[in-house]
Design a protein around this ligand. Structure first.
Ligand code: UD1
Ligand code: CA
Length: 473
């Protein structure tokens, strides 16, 4: 389909009064991403960013900052006097910039975040085929209350008479089932030439973009409606936090369904929180209550236990993550075993077949193939070769209060329980560090290092003490 004649406007200037939130509505997140960024992504799949105009107003600078990397244009609506007023600002932008307005305009709402490119394509095609001045995307949800209603000239006709906002519905119109999604195509010249005829004579005292439909009809322009053929959530708006959470759940369930179709087993998928960006190989199993966020990629045949939170993390194949781990910005090799209760912080690279066990924390740590830290350890700014054994309670002291220092542990080394490795420090290949040692100097390869005071046993000391305390009584 040819969308080159289209520009896209995204209305994102509103406050979101019904949220009772200090954050602007379009920056609230569902599916791990701000509402507005979902809408921009849909728009970007139709036209280049240079043809997208985002209308901002309430907390404009915060909204601009959140979306500036997308490369879209921003048009300021300093006062938010309604969706029709938002379009007046766009018209002013074209007049002031000397940039020609696009022949057709696709108008999106910043708070209708699940809209899909295919539906927008269908709307644009329908608009062109119908040679319409205005084309409205509609739906028939189970409960239309709160939405503007689209009144057609006759039931099966594509032609529209008017859009009537909820508060203006007559008793007979209250049951009208077809809602206005807030997404439209316009022949730009037809839209722009009628914006000055809008009035604020309505329940909110605002300039309603929806009133343009009846104005165009009165001027014998063609106004048509296309009912969306996708799932109804795709065209629902998010005016309250509860509505947003409904859309969030719908979006995550759609992601879980897609993954299940690709061979991933997800027990109780309604409990999983998986961002749409996550990729998972076949035969991987997710237990209930797992969060997989951001740019996380999981190989095949892995098993992810309950209550794991993985963010921007890459897993090879056959990885086992037992329950309750928190893992961010980490890379984990094939056949590794983690958890329960491991904390892998950014920069952790766990090699193939390595084991990281309970209450082990890693940060900026490279753990070589087959190495093990099974209990209660901290590995920060550390590089471990292969087959290293880190005993329970061993820690790298990487921070001197000002700077971080590295620890290097050679392949096959054995670090005894409760050892303290004061960085910068190097432990050679196959070296042994005795339990409870405080190591401050390099340990050469093949050596045993003892860094603790020698044990002294005093035979009979207990009874001797009892005798001496008796004498003092
Ligand atoms: C709007 C429609 C309604 C439709 C519904 C679909 C109007 C008058 N009504 O109602 O028919 O069923 O969307 O979701 O348009 N905005 C601005 N500037 C403003 C006001 C709003 O940019 O001055 C933006 C908002 O940020 C939002 C969008 O426009 O992203 C829609 O505004 P909102 O106030 O949510 O309209 P609804 O009452 O939902
Ligand atoms: Ca809305």
């Amino acid at each position: 389909m040819e969308t080159s004649s289209f520009g896209i406007a995204i209305m994102a200037a509103g406050k979101g009064t019904r949220l009772n939130s200090a954050r602007p509505k379009v920056l609230h997140e569902i599916g791990g991403q701000a509402l507005l960024l979902h809408v921009i992504a849909a728009a970007r799949s139709l036209v280049p960013a240079a043809q997208i105009y985002c209308i901002i107003g309430h907390q404009a600078e915060a909204v601009r900052a959140a979306a500036s990397s997308t490369g879209v244009h921003f048009v300021l609506q300093p006062e938010q006097r309604g969706t029709g007023h938002a379009m007046q600002q766009l018209r002013r932008h074209f007049a002031a910039s000397g940039q020609p307005a696009p022949e057709n305009l696709l108008v999106l709402s910043g708070d209708v975040p699940l809209i899909q490119p295919a539906t927008l394509q269908a709307l644009c095609s329908f608009h062109l085929a119908e040679r319409a001045a205005m084309t409205i995307l509609t739906a028939v949800p189970p409960n239309p209350t709160g939405y503007g209603r689209v009144l057609r000239t006759a039931d099966a006709s594509p032609e529209v008479q008017a859009i009537v906002e909820q508060k203006a519905l007559t008793p007979a119109q209250l049951s009208a089932p077809e809602i206005n999604s807030g997404i439209y195509c316009f022949r730009t010249s037809a839209l722009f030439s009628h914006l000055d005829s809008l009035s604020t004579n309505n329940a909110h005292g605002e300039l309603y973009l929806t009133d343009v439909a009846a104005l165009l009809v009165a001027h014998r322009e063609r106004v048509v409606a296309l009912r969306s053929s996708g799932p109804v959530e795709e065209v629902l708006g998010a005016n309250t936090i509860e509505e947003m959470m409904h859309l969030d759940a719908a979006m995550r369930l759609a992601t879980a369904r897609r993954l299940m179709a690709q061979g991933v087993t997800i027990f109780r998928p309604e409990t999983s929180v998986i961002d749409a960006t996550v990729q998972i190989g076949p035969d991987t199993i997710l237990q209930p209550f797992v969060q997989l966020l951001g740019n996380t990629r999981i190989g095949s045949n892995c098993r992810i236990g309950s209550y794991n939170v993985l963010e921007n993390t890459q897993l090879g194949d056959n990885v086992l993550i037992r329950p309750n781990c928190v893992i961010a910005d980490a890379i984990i090799g094939d056949d590794a075993k983690l958890g329960p209760f491991s904390h892998l912080r950014p920069g952790s690279q766990i090699g193939p077949e390595a084991h990281i066990g309970n209450f082990v924390e890693t940060k900026n740590a490279k753990v070589g193939r087959g190495s093990k830290a099974n209990h209660l350890a901290y590995l920060g700014d550390a590089t471990l070769g292969s087959n290293v054994n880190i005993g329970a309670g061993a820690i790298t002291c990487n921070y001197d209060g000002e700077k971080k220092h590295p620890t290097t542990i050679g392949s096959g080394a054995f670090i005894g329980s409760n050892s303290t490795l004061v960085a910068p420090i190097t432990i050679g290949d196959t070296a042994y560090v005795a339990a409870a040692s405080c190591i401050t100097e390099e340990v050469p390869a093949e050596s045993l290092a003892l860094g603790r005071s020698r044990q002294v046993n005093k035979p009979g000391w207990v009874s001797a003490r009892k005798q001496s305390t008796k004498r003092c009584d």
